[in-house]
Write a protein that binds this ligand. Structure first.
Ligand SMILES: [Zn+2]
Length: 314
């Protein structure tokens, strides 16, 4: 079985044919022009997909087209209700695609698509119950229960980044305060790194990144590995909040694994050994219940495409 998987991002749209073994064929991509009406972007996309299918002679093999998209979606009708990143309002993606392509179209949240990809073909391949967190500009979430994506009523569930880990804490983009996103996103890590740098003029972090405006998610990790106290404190706090968020998901879902993706998840053993220890020590009934493994994602930028296509695979 082959499906087309499409991953819509703020800068570009990427897609590929994916088979039911998770194998990704040649990728196509197009820019997502800021300010261009969504109808025009999607009509261009439909033409690219049509050409792609005919170039590779896949007309009779494609079972459907899966699309992962950021924003608030009506997954039943294939409509993007609102996407802040893309500037799209009530955009009927499925209907527009079907003007040119007669295949079934399925739409899901971008974080859900990535979670399904990792669950079926990546870090979660061996497990049936998985929670995925994407640590980027925000914190995206995906829930896989018994091998299936759980999307909640009308596909609006799975907003794992907006569970509160600190009542009256840091302001979140969603309007509430103290959400996990406000502590565990790359944005939050960078904010705390900058604060620590301003308060510690001697910190190694200044050597690693002399220009405060260029500080990224890696600076604190690099300095902490060299023993820098200020960086270690930033990361201890980061791991504490991320760990508390993860503990909530462990205690609600008791998954076999929690998969982390996004730039921060590339931090390697420094992050994962501490995070696994933090969670292991605090799990509800930790001595009597099976361990929840916290793992880095494996599919990188392909996870969204693979997961979107996998909406059509059993
Ligand atoms: Zn929030």
């Amino acid at each position: 079985m082959i499906a087309i998987g499409i991953d819509i991002g703020g800068m570009s749209i990427k897609g590929a044919a994916v088979d039911s073994n998770g194998r990704v064929y040649e990728t196509f991509s197009m820019p997502c022009e800021k300010g261009e009406p969504g109808e025009i972007t999607i009509r261009k996309l439909a033409e690219i997909v049509k050409d792609y299918i005919s170039t590779f002679g896949l007309e009779d093999k494609i079972v459907g087209i899966g699309i992962g998209c950021p924003g608030t979606l009506d997954v039943k009708n294939g409509v993007v209700e609102y996407s802040n990143n893309l500037g799209w309002n009530n955009l009927p993606i499925a209907a527009l695609m079907n003007e040119v392509l007669s295949y079934p179209i399925r739409l899901t949240n971008d974080a859900n698509a990535a979670a399904l990809g990792e669950a079926k073909y990546g870090a979660g391949e061996e497990y049936n119950n998985i929670i995925m967190l994407t640590l980027g500009t925000g914190v995206g979430g995906g829930i896989i229960i018994d091998g299936k994506l759980y999307e909640g009523n009308l596909g609006k569930g799975g907003e794992l980044g907006h569970t509160v880990v600190q009542v009256d804490g840091e302001q979140c983009t969603c309007g509430r305060k103290g959400c996990l996103e406000a502590y565990a996103s790359a944005t939050a890590l960078i904010r705390e790194t900058k604060k620590a740098m301003f308060n510690n003029e001697q910190s190694l972090m200044w050597n690693i990144c002399p220009d405060i405006d260029m500080v990224g998610g890696k600076v604190s990790f690099e300095a902490a590995k060299q023993g820098d106290e200020a960086a270690i404190e930033v990361l201890n706090n980061y791991i504490k909040y991320l760990g508390e968020g993860i503990l909530n998901y462990c205690n609600i879902f008791r998954p076999e694994a929690i998969v982390l993706s996004g730039g921060v998840a590339n931090a390697g053993d420094y992050l994962f050994s501490r995070l696994n220890q933090y969670v292991r020590d605090r799990n509800y009934g930790y001595k009597m219940t099976p361990e929840v493994k916290i793992l880095p994602a494996e599919l990188g930028y392909d996870s969204g495409k693979i997961g979107a296509a996998a909406l059509f695979f059993k």
